[in-house]
Design a protein around this ligand. Structure first.
Ligand SMILES: Nc1ncnc2c1ncn2[C@@H]1O[C@H](COP(=O)(O)OP(=O)(O)OP(=O)(O)O)[C@@H](O)[C@H]1O
Ligand SMILES: [Mg+2]
Length: 301
């Protein structure tokens, strides 16, 4: 009996959050590294479905760095990164589009649909579908200068690496009305029909901004954002971030992630979270418990 009461108490802890978040949109970035293990994949799908059934509107944006790397290798193409961004010549872009929009996207869609009841379905999109993500070639020089890690000696033509120009949310609104969960691969397009490889963190923040989402959550393969001593920072203000990049505390794939978090907050998203995707049910733990997990990023004054 005691155990049953305890269970009820745990459920009750979630009540204020359910009340608060019902009807709100949460954008979840599902990182390539956090997608690796099967039991974690199942827990992820269950969390997303739980949100949907509780009346929250989840929108998924996924990465796929390791999967792209694997296929490039099979095809004899090299993987190269500058400041956390993948250098993407045309032939690499084709592989990116095939792997992200095909294999990775559809495996997430299938995963969610396998655990969904009859009323909910996941549907996969790239930024080309429904004209969702209009993009342009990333101005790499400006990008690195803004980030405070501008290195003039480095190669600055990143090829088909893009940035979001705007998000046309129409298709997402239709899907929400009809109870679908959108699963978005981070491939954008421009007016000339070019495809762009956009870091999924930026797509997540742009989609979150366009939907005026309550939260954007970045699931990744590390406990959270770490300080210079390697301790996880539980709450961080946007103004502290540039210094941490300049000092080399934030590097690699964490750079676009924190920059994306800041952009989302600037575009009206209430909170950004960096979560450890290796913890089963990390999404539910963050949203429905008082303690929360990982790092939250809030707007500084
Ligand atoms: N200060 C920091 N705190 C935490 N992680 C950091 C920090 N600086 C750099 N990192 C690195 O950032 C990595 C996370 O970014 P990464 O791009 O590799 O993963 P992802 O975005 O989850 O996956 P994908 O890019 O495939 O979607 C961590 O594994 C860590 O090595
Ligand atoms: Mg990344």
């Amino acid at each position: 009996m005691e155990r049953l009461i305890e269970k009820a108490e745990i459920l009750m802890e979630a009540l204020p959050y359910i009340t608060k978040f019902r009807g709100k949109t949460f954008v979840v970035k599902y990182g390539g590294n956090a997608m690796a293990k099967n039991d974690l994949r199942v827990a992820f799908a269950q969390d997303i479905l739980m949100l949907k059934y509780l009346g929250i509107n989840p929108v998924i944006v996924h990465g796929g760095g390791p999967q792209i790397g694997e296929y490039l290798k099979k095809m004899g193409l090299e993987s190269r990164f500058i400041g956390g961004l993948r250098v993407t010549p045309k032939e690499t872009m084709d592989v990116v589009e095939m792997v992200l929009g095909g294999l990775v996207n559809k495996s997430i869609v299938m995963l969610i649909n396998r655990y969904a009841g009859g009323h909910v379905r996941a549907v996969g999109l790239t930024g080309k579908d429904g004209g969702l993500i209009r993009a342009k070639k990333l101005d790499a020089e400006e990008y690195f200068r803004e980030m405070g890690n501008f290195r003039p000696t480095e190669l600055l033509d990143l090829g088909h690496v893009g940035e979001v120009e705007y998000v046309d949310t129409q298709i997402l609104k239709h899907l929400e009305e009809d109870n679908y969960i959108p699963v978005i691969a981070p491939v954008g397009f421009d007016g000339d029909g070019n495809a762009y490889n956009i870091n999924a963190d930026f797509v997540a923040s742009s989609v979150a901004g366009a939907l005026k989402a309550e939260k954007v959550m970045f699931l990744t393969d590390i406990e959270g954002l770490k300080d210079s001593e390697g301790n996880v920072i539980s709450s961080l203000r946007t103004e502290d971030i540039v210094k941490m990049i300049e000092n080399g505390v934030i590097t690699g794939g964490m750079i676009p992630k924190v920059k994306a978090a800041v952009e989302a907050l600037e575009n009206g998203v209430k909170k950004a979270h960096i979560l450890d995707g290796r913890i089963p049910h990390c999404i539910l733990l963050e949203i429905f418990t008082t303690e929360g997990v990982g790092t939250e990023i809030v707007k500084g004054e």
